[in-house]
Design a protein around this ligand. Sequence first.
Ligand code: HEM
Length: 130
Amino acid sequence: MNIIEPELLSRLLYQFNIFLKGLSAIPLNIPGTQYHCAMRATDMIRKELQLLLRRRRLELEMKVASPMEDILTYLLVNADENGKLLPEADIVNEMFGLLFAGHDTMRSAISLLIKYLGEQPRVHEKVFQG
Ligand code: HEM
């Protein structure tokens, strides 16, 4: 998604962690519960992604972003199997799904990689030699 602004990244990470806690919470959507906080965090994340989407759309129109820039621009310019562009809400959902799919998987893969490289100095050396 090519998000490089540190403020946006930290806002997303903050809300995302609240959302993650809600996944294992009792589904009681009452103010004050973990689940309710997670639902609100989900709304915030969707709003942030929608703003990002609109900004990227403008960048595409102004030709400062390319259609192959990232998955977001790709989804914005490519039609579905019926020849229609995806609605904004669908693209936001798609991006949310990708954030979720890539979050813990990548985090644990990178953590394990660093752990094993730390335990295997010879391998570590070879990796950095290229
Ligand atoms: C080391 C990192 C990752 C691992 C180990 C991993 C593992 C997996 C596995 C096992 C599945 C299949 C789940 C199933 O069918 O039951 C899956 C599906 C998927 N993963 Fe990952 N994943 C990783 C990173 C990512 C990243 C970075 C993204 C996106 C940014 C991603 C997006 C997806 C999506 C969209 C699917 C569903 C595909 C489909 O069935 O349509 N994954 N992943």
